[in-house]
Design a protein around this ligand. Structure first.
Ligand code: HEC
Length: 110
């Protein structure tokens, strides 16, 4: 009996360790990446590696400016209602906005 519980404890510890070592990618981040490619990439560089935006003034999503954008939530919500800088309003759901936010946040260096 004692041996069994030692085995169980070992197994649980090891599998938990394996999960901690490799955090699961958040599915919201993957969805946000898709949304960014679909709705934003025409003007912004949206990839993690940065690069040049198609529209020079449009901040790359991985840039410092984007990271420091104050009130990102408000701005994201705004651009679905009013559009911005020549972009017509894009109809994004609350879920898509949350995903976009998760994606942009994920570009921050940790
Ligand atoms: C038609 C081109 C275009 C598209 C499409 C576009 N943007 Fe922009 N965006 C711009 C430009 C240009 C700027 C920078 C304007 C400036 O600050 O001079 C900008 C700035 C921003 C900013 C900085 C803060 C602000 O509001 O000034 C955020 C955040 C942003 N865009 C998010 C997005 C997201 C998210 C999408 C996709 C849903 C998107 N943009 C799609 C052109 C675009």
């Amino acid at each position: 009996m004692r041996r069994l519980s030692v085995t169980v404890v070992l197994f649980v510890t090891l599998s938990a360790g394996a999960t901690w070592g490799r955090p699961k990618p958040d599915p919201a981040i993957a969805r946000g990446h898709d949304t960014a490619q679909r709705a934003c990439a025409a003007c912004h560089a949206v990839e993690k590696g940065g690069g040049e935006s198609m529209v020079p003034r449009a901040v790359p999503f991985a840039s410092l400016e984007m990271r420091h954008t104050v009130g990102l939530d408000g701005r994201l919500a705004d651009l679905t209602r009013k559009g911005h800088y020549g972009m017509p309003p894009v109809a994004l759901s609350q879920g898509e906005l949350a995903d976009l936010r998760a994606y942009i946040e994920s570009l921050r260096p940790r």
